[in-house]
Design a protein around this ligand. Structure first.
Ligand SMILES: Nc1nc2c(c(=O)[nH]1)N[C@H]1C(S)=C(S)[C@@H](COP(=O)(O)O)O[C@H]1N2
Ligand SMILES: [Mo]
Length: 365
């Protein structure tokens, strides 16, 4: 390829762009929010057309620039003391040898809304200053991890599964064996019906339903099945909840219930009857209800317009007779465990899992 050089990293051939761009796809401001890192872009909440987030605007969270991987020479190693024998798969083999499974699942970064968490607490959090855009839903097609493990033979003592990325961050994040063997835990090869795009993990990424985005490792080159849960930076230093008085940081797994209003922030609306739409997501749980209120008025139920299932956002809408002036819209989702979005999120040092009810400013003219 002109203007590009080749080199080999591990077992995978990586073609690196001469000008190492953080993200490969275009990230226009009318589709994506830019928190300013050069590696991370959020989806604009007012630009999601249907149940599924199109690839051109699906949020990207990269700890290192997107690697360009040649699928023809890439391999996946499946190994560790939790397997009877190690195996190596090629890209073609993954497509041909195993049943292909498609699931619609939402990914949300644990740091979503961190900028709003900062504004709420008056604290400056380190880490990507996300607004509301670090969430998206895609149809993921690929192979179940449990099908990949079967030919290797899972040992009785196996406990933990740790996928590893070949990007410069060498991202790794363990999950318990039971989560890895779930029906909807995939090694995804395609997204929204297209081969996985480079920024989203080409040639293969893990999709861990209902968990924080960091568990869904991109550019996977190796999956370790082990008899012990490994300690890795993403469960000791990052993606952990550090709260006042807590002695050991708690690794984040599922994400808490929250809602997303499909309006710009602040929003401008014409007066008169308005339909306002949005989404709510509760990680491994179902969204049971969504409520809304204007200013200091009473809470009303919003109408859920899609079936709510674990691991995927639910859509809702509300009808409001907008009166001229400055208003505040509050939306509050509740999950099937009876947990409701709080007025304020308990502080944690790294600014994760913010799910407070937001005061959305709307000017009606
Ligand atoms: N190899 C690798 N996998 C990764 C990451 C990364 O930086 N490197 N980022 C993680 C984080 S924090 C999130 S939120 C999701 C984002 O997935 P997306 O970029 O496809 O939206 O990928 C996860 N997988
Ligand atoms: Mo993330």
């Amino acid at each position: 390829m002109p203007g590009q050089s080749r080199r080999t990293a591990g077992t995978a051939a990586i073609t690196e762009a001469r000008h190492a761009a953080g993200v490969l796809k275009p990230t226009p401001a009318d589709l994506m929010e830019d928190p300013g890192t050069g590696l991370d872009y959020g989806t604009r909440p007012d630009r999601i057309p249907g149940d599924i987030t199109p690839i051109d605007r699906f949020f990207v969270r990269n700890h290192a620039p997107t690697p360009l991987v040649d699928a023809a020479t890439w391999t996946l190693r499946v190994e560790g003391d939790g397997l009877r024998r190690p195996l190596v798969y090629t890209y073609d083999e993954l497509w041909r040898r195993f049943p292909l499974v498609s699931v619609v699942r939402t990914l949300e970064c644990a740091g979503n809304r961190r900028a709003l968490f900062g504004a709420e607490t008056g604290h400056h959090f380190e880490g990507v200053a996300w607004e509301r855009g670090a969430i998206g839903t895609a149809e993921w097609t690929g192979v179940r991890l449990r099908d990949l493990f079967a030919p290797a033979g899972i040992a009785d003592e196996a406990r933990a599964v740790t996928p590893e990325g070949l990007d410069a961050a060498h991202a790794r994040r363990p999950m318990p064996l039971r989560k890895a063997l779930a029906d909807d835990t995939l090694l995804a090869l395609a997204m929204n019906g297209e081969p996985l795009p480079a920024d989203h993990g080409h040639p293969a990424r893990v999709v861990v339903s209902g968990w924080l985005g960091a568990a869904s490792i991109k550019w996977v080159t190796r999956i370790e099945v082990a008899t012990r849960l490994p300690r890795v930076p993403w469960t000791t230093d990052d993606y952990v909840l550090i709260t006042p008085g807590s002695h050991t940081p708690a690794p984040i797994e599922g994400v808490p219930v929250a809602s997303l209003v499909e309006l710009p922030w602040p929003a401008h609306l014409a007066s008169g009857p308005q339909v306002i739409r949005g989404r709510a997501y509760a990680g491994e749980h179902r969204v049971a209800a969504v409520g809304w209120r204007i200013d200091g008025g009473p809470w009303h139920p919003a109408r859920l317009t899609s079936r709510s299932a674990p691991g995927v956002w639910a859509r809702w809408q509300l009808r409001w007779d907008a009166e001229p002036g400055d208003h505040v819209l509050r939306v509050r989702a509740t999950d099937d465990q009876g947990r409701t979005q709080p007025e304020a999120t308990p502080w944690n040092a790294l600014g994760y899992c913010h799910n407070s009810v937001l005061a959305h400013p709307i000017t009606v003219t």
